[in-house]
Design a protein around this ligand. Structure first.
Ligand code: NAP
Length: 458
């Protein structure tokens, strides 16, 4: 019995309903095979980082959801929410029910700095702060002590830009976004006056997208600033800016120049970018009081310059600090994992037993858990297409007899799992939009799983 026909559709389970999960679904639906896709999600709500990661004041980026909603209308698509693979169902059980499984579960945790004092009270990860202001149920009950005047953000990527911007903006600038109410209320009482955004390399190596950086010039309440001396570049960095690959970095340096020239007009907050500093330890009696940095210099070839400590240190007193130095994947029991990179080992999307090991038939991966946390939302489309192409090449080698979603439901029922379908998510969606209306917000998200399930089951 061949796979991918009306009588035996290609039955694929996808684990994780963020961008790469939806793009993998789309690629399967567009293929020449008859397919059935079950998109399994740990939360009762779909869209992964587009819902819980993209900053609330970036509604345009969230428009990707409209594309995913269209994909979800396809008859081949089925949403299975509120199911944690490895907990509610074993990974190996899904291999038994479906011809193929694609893991698109993203990079859910943060990288560690590995310095003394990292876990002091007052030192937080960007992951938890972002999850908190975006209403992710895992972070709903986190508290952030915003009663201090100085905050530090470590890292100079787009997540650091998001975190700094949310700290810098006034409540008026945020109140008509889909930021969660508990976060808006806490930010309303924030006493933060100065935000240091600290990079271990120089202004020419900062990973911000120029568009994101430019936004700091428009924040009502906050002056972006840089000490002009910090913009003196070494020769290699100057070369980088003159090269084609350095176009984005050159734009960034031009924007930094504007920060350096910005006038002090008495705005209540200042966001200071500072460079060539690596955190070496966080200090404080019971809670964070200061961060100690080693001053760096750069060495290496253009676009490959690394930061080397000079032995000289400096300190910044602060009451709150966010580590925004990149994400890491979380292993799923029963699925191979490469600890060093925080990814699932794979060859172009085909999962392997270990890094460089043999291919595991029927298992695939896409998105950040496949290649690490890089790129923009759209980058995941090409990544998912590559993995689905591998899967489609392998179809004739896969065992043909699989029960698909009926088998999946049987196991979930036997395990007493309260899974939800796409129509139930749409009820949650509608209720969120309705709850946002009186506040002039696009939606007020439910932030607790029980609330979501209550609406879904109503
Ligand atoms: P990222 O872009 O990789 O930036 C990580 C930052 O942390 C870099 O400045 C890096 O410095 C620094 N860093 C890493 N290890 C460090 C250490 N041990 N000590 C000090 N600094 C360290 O990661 P991200 O900001 O988490 O973003 C993840 C991905 O999501 C990126 O592709 C980003 O563009 C994307 N994203 C996009 C948007 C958007 O499009 N609006 C918004 C958010 C996120 P080095 O450069 O020296 O390594």
């Amino acid at each position: 019995m061949s796979i991918g026909t009306e009588s035996n559709p290609l039955k694929v389970a996808i684990v994780g309903s963020g961008p790469s999960g939806f793009y993998a679904t789309e690629a399967l639906i567009k293929s020449d095979f008859v397919v059935e896709v079950d998109l399994i999600e740990r939360l009762p709500v779909p869209f992964g980082l587009v819902r819980s990661g993209v900053a609330p004041d970036h509604p345009k980026l969230k428009q990707a959801i409209e594309v995913y909603k269209k994909i979800a209308q396809s008859p081949e698509f089925n949403f299975v929410g509120n199911v944690t693979v490895g907990q509610d169902i074993k990974a190996e059980d899904i291999q038994k029910t479906h011809h193929a499984v694609i893991y698109t579960c993203g990079a859910e945790t943060d990288r560690k700095l590995g310095i003394p004092g990292e876990d002091l009270l007052g030192s937080y990860t960007a992951t938890e702060f972002v999850g908190w202001y975006n209403g992710h149920p895992d972070y709903r009950d986190r508290t952030f002590d915003l009663s201090h005047e100085t905050a530090i953000v470590i890292g100079q990527g787009n997540v650091a830009a998001d975190v700094s911007r949310i700290l810098a903006k006034s409540v008026d600038e945020l109140k008509h976004t889909d930021i969660s109410q508990h976060a808006l209320d806490a930010l309303a009482d924030s006493k933060i006056k100065t935000i240091y955004v600290v990079g271990r390399r120089g202004p020419a190596q900062a990973k911000f997208a120029s568009k994101e950086l430019k936004e700091f010039l428009e924040i009502e309440n906050c002056r972006p600033y840089i000490d002009p001396k910090e913009l003196e570049l070494n020769e290699t960095s100057q070369q980088e800016l003159e090269m084609k690959e350095g176009r984005g970095n050159k734009k960034n340096v031009e924007i930094f120049q504007k920060f350096a020239e910005s006038e002090d007009t008495g705005k209540p907050r200042t966001c200071i970018s500072t460079f060539l500093k690596s955190p070496v330890r966080l200090e404080g009696e019971g809670r964070l009081e200061k961060a100690v940095f080693e001053i760096n210099e750069l060495s290496g070839e253009p676009f490959n310059q690394s930061a080397k400590g000079t032995g000289e240190t400096m300190e910044i007193e602060c009451g709150i600090l966010f580590r925004s130095i990149g994400y890491n994947g979380v292993p799923i029991p029963g699925v191979p994992f490469y600890d060093r990179w925080g990814t699932i080992p794979n060859e172009n999307g085909r999962i392997t037993t270990e890094q460089g090991g043999d291919v595991v038939p029927g298992l695939y991966t896409a998105g950040w858990i496949k290649r690490g946390p890089s790129g923009i939302i759209g980058t995941n489309r090409a990544c998912a297409v590559e993995s689905v192409d591998m899967l489609l090449e392998d179809v004739s080698k896969l065992p043909a007899d699989k029960p698909g979603r009926e088998g999946l439901y049987k196991i979930l029922d036997a395990n007493s799992v309260q899974y939800i379908n796409y129509d139930q998510w749409m009820k949650i969606d509608a209720a969120e939009v309705t709850a946002g209306e009186p506040k002039g917000k696009p939606r007020e998200k439910f932030t607790r799983r029980e609330e979501m399930l209550a609406i879904a089951n109503n």
